[in-house]
Design a protein around this ligand. Structure first.
Ligand code: IPD
Ligand code: CA
Ligand code: CA
Ligand code: CA
Length: 268
């Protein structure tokens, strides 16, 4: 993508992200209509839908040749990454949005011919915007994030994972996961995949493991983490296919092999 086109696209996308965020903040105490999707804990609200609809309308008006892949159904049915594709999670961390009114994010990744060009993760209530442009680094509120620490040991790492990893699960033996939890310095669970990616990019968390994420959960985060020298794969170490849901391990590159060794040791 030509840099002038990308710069214009970046400015426009940022304006929409900020305005979508301001709208959510303005209505944060309004009564919510809450529905469930695949199960009783899989929540969706009118605000998730309103926000995605806003992006869909803006993108279709201004860039009718672009495609949109979004969680809430206002996007296109996409089977390839040809052309320019916006991958949007209007609210990542809906459970936090509903229960806490904070700790959720808008996630927007813009890909061109399959390559991640621009990523935004906006922590709406904290008013913290993470962004990245391919080969130009990642930023937090316009301050450039440093390259991730080199020669980090797993023993001094903080890893994000949710507690289902410690229950019997279909992917990795929970005893091995318990060993991993005892080995690392600490663990965290934030409930928004996009924010967890942003925290890995910021270096305040050194890795994040998750059993199943969708394209919109990771599209922006992949770009951010790559820009600071981090690395992302599935739990078997394979490259992520952005169009498929699956397991994700994103981390500081220096702990990747040890982390994947644990997962492989316990792999079912
Ligand atoms: C969810 C959040 C959560 C992760 C789930 C996602 P949503 O996204 O990122 O942290 O554990 O797998 O589905 O539904 O709140 O956009
Ligand atoms: Ca959801
Ligand atoms: Ca999500
Ligand atoms: Ca969502």
């Amino acid at each position: 993508m030509k840099s002038e086109i990308r710069d214009n696209l970046f400015d426009q996308a940022m304006e929409w992200v900020m305005s979508a965020g301001a709208n959510i903040r303005n209505k944060i105490n309004d009564p919510l209509e809450i529905d469930t999707k695949s199960n009783a804990n899989d929540l969706v609200t009118t605000m998730d839908k309103e926000t995605e609809y806003y992006f869909a309308t803006c993108i279709r008006n201004k860039y009718p040749e672009h495609f949109l892949l979004g969680e809430e159904g206002y996007g296109d049915n996409i089977t390839t990454m040809k052309g320019t594709v916006w991958i949007i999670d209007p609210i990542d961390g809906t459970m936090n949005f509903v229960h806490q009114k904070r700790n959720f994010a808008i996630s927007v990744g813009i890909y061109h011919e399959g390559v991640g060009e621009i990523g935004f993760i906006y922590d709406v209530m904290a008013d913290v915007l993470y962004h990245a442009k391919r080969n130009e680094g990642a930023y937090k509120n316009n301050v450039k994030l440093p390259h991730l620490k080199e020669d980090l040991n797993l023993e001094e790492s903080i890893i994000g994972l949710n507690h289902f990893w410690l229950c019997t699960n279909r992917l990795v033996d929970e005893k091995i996961m318990q060993d991993l939890v005892r080995t690392v310095r600490g663990t965290r669970t934030y409930g928004s995949a996009a924010l967890e990616f942003a925290h890995v990019a910021e270096g305040i968390m050194d890795g994040y493991l998750t059993m199943r994420l969708a394209p919109w959960d990771i599209a922006a985060g992949l770009i951010l983490v790559k820009e600071v020298g981090g690395i992302t794969s599935n739990i078997d170490g394979d490259q992520i296919n952005i169009l498929e849901a699956g397991s994700v391990v994103t981390c500081n590159t220096s702990i990747q092999s040890k982390l994947l060794d644990y997962l492989q040791k316990g792999r079912k």
